[in-house]
Design a binder for this molecule. Structure first.
Ligand code: GDP
Ligand code: MG
Length: 443
């Protein structure tokens, strides 16, 4: 997979002091193969690799990053660029209702998306109306009604028993009703076929012409890979659309389709769907998709923030001390590291950005920022001598510190014990990893 290949490529680069031309060639070759394997469109791959290569050659080596981090950063930035750069939001009509039409193949996830969008609009303070304009499949209307009920949103549907009905007429009437009853958003669910066909395209195009949507969204299953590009091109020609919604991102598709569509049709991806539930939905974030393609958590955000916030020398010295395990790593160093981390953002966010921690999201979210405030307060209540050598902390000193920082003595004990344990663990790790481990940690 893309992620494995990039990981092994980057592993090869680890420990190198600087990038040579040969490194750049080897890396971009791997990236090329990886993207092709991930089902990214060939022309997109070529363009991408060329851009990365050029930047690798042109870029000045950053002092704050090692070569691996630097290539990761470049690859990521180029991915984000291709994925549209900024998140694009819905354009609302000057005079309500804002009409949003969904188009795409059958099974793409339009009806499910209609419910998710409705719920999302509602949460954003709007009053949406769903319009059931898929009159092709027998159960399509009922399905939308179920979805609408779950989202707590009204559904405009043709009267039952009136025969098949005309989807174009239904769409028109839905917009008219929205105007009368003060719904400010109309979401039009349409019919799809299993394959692209002229009749379906014509129907969607007619609905579009009749309602003049503010946003026509092409809904596509991210799992269909390369086919997604062909389908997108067909819809672009047959119906025309303003934005793309990727669905089924909870599957194992790694985003090759996203990358290709965004580039080939030149339309932004606006929303992402990642499950069957109404909540499995979000505005599309190019940077997050890039991270997903790279599968490195938000490692890159971390790198960027590290560049900005980390006082590298200080952290290196502290980390080296810690890893050397001579007991010189005191609470002052600890406090310094903690404060630098904090400058990068809330602890829970920092933890969440580390690769692999994504799965432990719940625990990470439970990190209590107040607990960290308390630790700071306790350390600040200590004298420099106490911070440098916790072994001098007898009972009366601990009582004084607890008093001075507004906590219980057992909180002080807790902190000291945990600090001593952590220091012991880190120095064991440091010995295992050998000299230079401290440098690695600090960079
Ligand atoms: P439509 O034919 O385009 O209206 O597609 P539907 O909304 O009926 O969805 C087709 C199937 O895909 C349904 O079983 C949905 O529950 C499922 N589905 C839709 N979106 C997602 C998604 O993001 N993730 C997963 N796993 N399933 C989805
Ligand atoms: Mg449907």
């Amino acid at each position: 997979t893309l992620q494995d290949r990039l990981a092994s490529t980057f592993k090869g680069l680890r420990g190198k002091g600087r990038l040579t031309d040969a490194d750049i060639d080897a890396t971009t070759r791997q990236i090329r193969i990886a993207l092709l394997e991930a089902d990214v469109n060939l022309s997109v791959v070529k363009e991408f690799v060329a851009a990365v290569k050029e930047r690798c050659h042109g870029e000045e080596l950053s002092k704050a990053l090692n070569p691996t981090q630097q290539i990761v950063k470049i690859v990521n930035e180029e991915l984000v660029e291709i994925l549209g750069g900024q998140t694009r939001t819905v354009r609302f009509a000057k005079t309500p209702p804002t009409v949003v039409m969904l188009a795409g193949l059958q099974g793409a996830g339009k009806t499910t998306l209609a419910g998710k969008l409705a719920r999302w609009f509602k949460e954003e303070g709007h009053s949406p109306l769903l319009a059931a304009c898929d009159l092709q499949r027998p159960n399509a209307v009922t399905q939308l009604q179920v979805v609408g009920e779950r989202a707590g949103v009204h559904v405009f549907a043709p009267e039952p028993g009136n025969g098949v009905g005309d989807p174009i007429q239904v769409a028109r009437s839905a917009v008219a009703q929205a105007e009368h009853k003060l719904y400010d958003v109309v979401i039009i669910d349409t019919a799809g076929r299993l394959g692209v066909d002229a009749e379906m395209m014509a129907q969607a195009a007619d609905i579009k012409a009749a309602t003049d949507p503010d946003e026509t969204l092409f809904v596509v299953d991210a799992m269909i890979g390369q086919d997604a590009v062909n389908t997108a091109v067909a819809f672009q020609e047959g119906v025309g659309f303003d934005g793309v919604v990727l669905t089924k991102l909870d599957g194992d598709a790694r985003g090759g389709a996203a990358l290709s569509i965004a580039r080939v049709v030149g339309k932004p991806i606006m929303f992402a769907s990642s499950g069957e539930g109404l909540k499995d939905f979000d505005v599309f974030h190019p940077d997050r998709m890039a991270s997903r393609i790279l599968d490195m958590g938000d490692m890159l955000t971390l790198i960027e923030q590290a560049e900005k916030a980390f006082d590298q020398e200080q952290s290196q010295a502290a980390a080296a001390k810690l890893m050397a395990g001579k007991g010189e790593f005191g609470l002052d160093d600890f406090l310094g590291l903690m404060r630098q981390m904090r400058r990068m953002g809330p602890m829970s966010k920092i933890m969440g950005m580390l690769p692999g921690v994504g799965q432990m999201k719940d625990q990470v979210e439970n990190i209590d920022e107040r607990e960290i405030d308390r630790i700071e307060a306790i350390i600040c209540a200590m004298t420099p001598a106490e911070r440098a050598d916790v072994s001098i902390l007898n009972g009366s000193r601990r009582a004084r510190i607890a008093n001075g920082s507004g906590v219980e003595v057992r909180d002080v004990n807790n902190l000291v014990n945990r600090f001593v344990d952590a220091r012991k663990m880190m120095s064991q790790m440091g010995q295992m990893m050998g000299p230079g481990a401290g440098r690695m940690m600090g960079s």
